[in-house]
Design a protein around this ligand. Structure first.
Ligand code: F0G
Length: 461
């Protein structure tokens, strides 16, 4: 059992509301877990984004927030923290990750230009596409195979990337590689692969940008799986990986333990200048970029803590612990378990449902109904704009906030999910009743195609 390298000082009460109220809450939410109120949720595994617990050091640092509009001391402390760990020259704070993605796309992507990337992330792809860019998947095939035990499913297929660069170099806006590839199950890349991607990009003079949102966990996997790195301090592995790219996008709401904030970090002077010109238009002055001085203080401290191996190791072990419990109970999950979540394979959990009946969305609803546990769909609703069918991954993500839940919570979650296995056939598919044009998974609404999980679930706490 993973033992936390921290103890609890402040608590937030949670409670499990009765099954009939959970059903009513789901109906009101349009059978989309994003529509639930958090007071109706018992264990909230929707996302690891902005949901971590702050440390006492972060809270103390917040008292030092300098809210000056320009020249804030807090900005310079943030800049120093980013430079120290990642080594990038220019530090551009944004309100969150997608703010950084927006600026990056604006300075790099034009109509018809290509963005080769390992799979995709919803907001990253959307910002490139809004500017007329074309997302090109250069992930390795194992990334889309939930049963493949490949240790580095976040790797880029080098032959595929080389072909694009050789054939279409003029049209490539930038190459993007995401750490702990979210949509594949939180799967890391290897240093060896990033080195090769970096060399290819340099050879063809194309910018190479990391999505370093979960680089700390990726660096831990590198230590575990690439023998040359086993004894290196985590911070130096993080720094080495970051140095292979020309810049990085961070949603600081993950590894950096803050409720809000993001960073666009760049080495190129011209690129950074252009990004800062747009920053004042879309986010704020370069010395706060959409967050408050006290947020920048918490972020600077959080960046330091993100390289604390005890925290990172415990977090990854929590995911593996939940994965082990689920696997032992026969629940089909993505293996190997990745960084920030356990992903349940809805295609195998609900084999009676075609993908066009939104099995992962239905399973996420069932998990909430069964035990008040909130998860998230990562399948056809997230992956498609709407022209079904799609045969990609169909997953439910049980995402762990950092430093928040205990092993008991995780054991409870495993019991809830496993409890559905024998009644899987009572989970019907869903019909879409409303789909927004952009990022439909956030606000889409559904209706069950048949009575949903009758009789009422028995679980109460
Ligand atoms: N990149 C990655 C890899 C992400 O996982 C996210 C957000 C973003 C960029 C965008 O950052 O939310 O701060 O604007 N992921 C969250 C999630 C929403 O639940 O996986 P943001």
């Amino acid at each position: 059992m993973p033992v936390p390298p921290y103890k609890i000082k402040v608590v937030e009460p949670i409670r499990l509301i009765p099954p009939e109220r959970r059903r009513a809450a789901l109906e009101e939410a349009g059978w989309n877990t994003f529509g639930l109120r958090s007071e109706d949720v018992f264990v909230d595994l929707l996302t690891d984004s902005g949901t971590s617990a702050l440390s006492q050091e972060q809270r103390a640092a917040m008292e030092l927030g300098d809210e000056a509009y320009a020249g804030s001391r807090s900005f310079f402390r943030l800049e120093a923290a980013v430079r120290e760990l990642y080594g990038y020259r220019h530090v551009i704070p944004t309100h969150q990750g997608r703010g950084a993605e927006h600026l990056l796309s604006r300075v790099l992507v034009g109509p018809g230009e290509l963005v080769p990337s390992n799979l995709y992330f919803t907001t990253s792809r959307a910002h490139a596409e809004l500017l007329g860019g074309i997302w090109v998947d250069v992930s390795i095939p194992e990334a889309s195979d939930p049963s493949s035990l490949h240790p580095f499913k976040g790797n880029i297929d080098l032959a595929k990337l080389a072909r694009i660069l050789e054939r279409d170099r003029e049209r490539v806006a930038f190459v993007r590689q995401e750490a702990c590839l979210n949509m594949a199950g939180g799967q890391p890349f290897s240093t060896e692969n990033v080195q090769a991607v970096s060399a290819l990009c340099r050879e063809h003079e194309v910018p190479f940008v990391l999505d370093a949102t979960r680089l700390a966990e990726n660096a831990l996997f590198v230590k575990e799986r690439e023998p040359a790195y086993a004894d290196r301090p985590l911070a130096s592995v993080i720094g080495e990986l970051a140095a292979l790219a020309d810049g990085a996008v961070f949603s600081s709401k993950k590894d950096h333990f803050v409720p809000i904030g993001g960073v666009l970090a760049l080495n190129g002077d011209d690129l950074a200048r252009r990004a800062k010109e747009l920053l004042v238009l879309y986010e704020g002055f370069p010395h706060y970029g959409g967050i408050a001085g006290h947020d920048m203080e918490a972020l600077a401290q959080g960046i330091r803590e993100s390289a604390d191996e005890a925290y990172v190791r415990h977090y990854v072990e929590q995911s593996r612990y939940l994965g082990r419990l689920l696997e032992r109970a026969g629940v089909p999950i993505v293996v190997p378990v990745g960084a920030h979540a356990v992903f349940v394979d809805a295609k195998r959990f609900l084999p009676h449902l075609p993908q066009t009946d939104f099995p992962a969305q239905a399973l996420a609803a069932a998990i909430y109904l069964e035990g008040g546990v909130r998860a998230m769909e990562r399948g056809i609703v997230s992956g498609q704009h709407g022209d079904e069918p799609y045969d990609g991954l169909e997953l439910v993500r049980l995402t762990l906030p950092r430093r928040v839940y205990t092993a008991e919570h995780l054991a409870y979650v495993a019991e809830v999910v496993a409890g559905l296995l024998p009644r899987a056939e009572e989970i019907p598919g869903l019909r879409l009743t409303y789909a927004p044009e952009e990022l439909r998974f956030f606000q889409a609404r559904f209706e069950p195609l048949a009575p949903f999980l009758q009789p009422e679930p028995a679980l109460t706490v």
